[in-house]
Design a protein around this ligand. Structure first.
Ligand code: KMH
Ligand code: ZN
Length: 273
């Protein structure tokens, strides 16, 4: 089996310090949380930017500051910029950080309810627009799929030539409004992608660790982090992103799965240009 690539989603756009005080907002906090995750075994940092008061922003200047601070502490880590941003942002607002030519970025592959009145909009034309923007800059895409229909959309757009390989999927399961994160959901998605594609799984809330375990056993990769889940175990807030990563590393060891370094992750995902 391939070595395990661990992504850490350190902050997100929705979770706040009221949920867990370790959620980073400032440049210093972002780089500190990224370093803790990296030291424990994360090779990819999934990055949203926030202002010092926690407001989500897609400002390229803010991303630049955070990325430079992270690279100072962990020079070889892969930074995966979010182009999802926060619900309600326009296409071009969301795409701002790609002017920095990050190594990797997310490509959200369909619309879904996001709880309450929120809708995270990704129309077919949005997906094509984002794919072309990333591909024209040679930025590696992680295909974020929140349900099976999103995978089908990707495969249609691959056939039409809008989305180019390599295909690396992220199944984000357990969002309030998206597909649940039970074992059968995971197996259905895993079996729905081409056999030469790679995938990672991000379980939201209580699905984080059960899905991590399944992905480890089935040859997939794993994303954890405070964006997705704020507890290290039921009712116990995680002290840091590092603690969440360390728990996955322990699970991987028990399953005899080695952890990929950033260089190994680049090879596994076919990122070398
Ligand atoms: N914050 C969500 C609305 C991504 O990073 O690409 C979107 C999101 C997905 O987190
Ligand atoms: Zn995100």
């Amino acid at each position: 089996m391939q070595k395990l690539i661990i992504t850490c989603a350190i902050s997100g756009a929705e979770v706040t310090k009221e949920h867990n005080p370790a959620v980073p907002y400032t440049v210093e906090e972002m780089s500190e949380q990224a370093a803790l995750a990296y030291q424990e075994g994360a090779s990819i940092i999934h990055l949203h930017a926030r202002l010092d008061d926690g407001t989500p922003t897609q400002s390229a200047d803010r991303f630049r500051e955070i990325m430079e601070a992270i690279k100072k502490r962990c020079p070889d880590v892969i930074i995966q910029v979010s182009t999802g941003g926060a619900v309600g942002m326009s296409r071009d607002e969301r795409l701002q950080p790609i002017v920095l030519n990050p190594e990797m970025a997310t490509l959200d592959c369909g619309t879904l309810n996001f709880g309450g009145d929120e809708i995270f909009i990704n129309t077919e034309n949005d997906i094509i627009y984002f794919a072309e923007a990333l591909q024209s800059r040679n930025i590696y895409k992680e295909l974020e799929c929140f349900e099976k229909g999103h995978i089908d959309s990707v495969l249609r757009l691959v056939k039409k030539g809008h989305i180019l390989p390599p295909l690396h999927f992220s199944f984000v399961l357990g969002v309030n409004g998206g597909m649940s994160g039970e074992e059968r959901d995971f197996l259905f998605l895993k079996d729905s992608i081409p056999s030469n594609a790679t995938f990672s799984v991000a379980g939201i809330g209580r699905f984080e660790f059960p899905l991590a375990e399944l992905s480890i056993l089935h040859g997939g990769h794993v994303r954890v982090g405070l964006e997705d889940n704020i507890f290290i175990e039921k009712g116990v807030p995680a002290a840091s992103n590092g603690e969440l990563v360390a728990k996955v590393v322990k699970m991987a060891k028990q399953a005899n799965r080695e952890i990929a370094s950033p260089a190994e992750a680049r090879k596994i995902l076919g990122m070398e240009k």
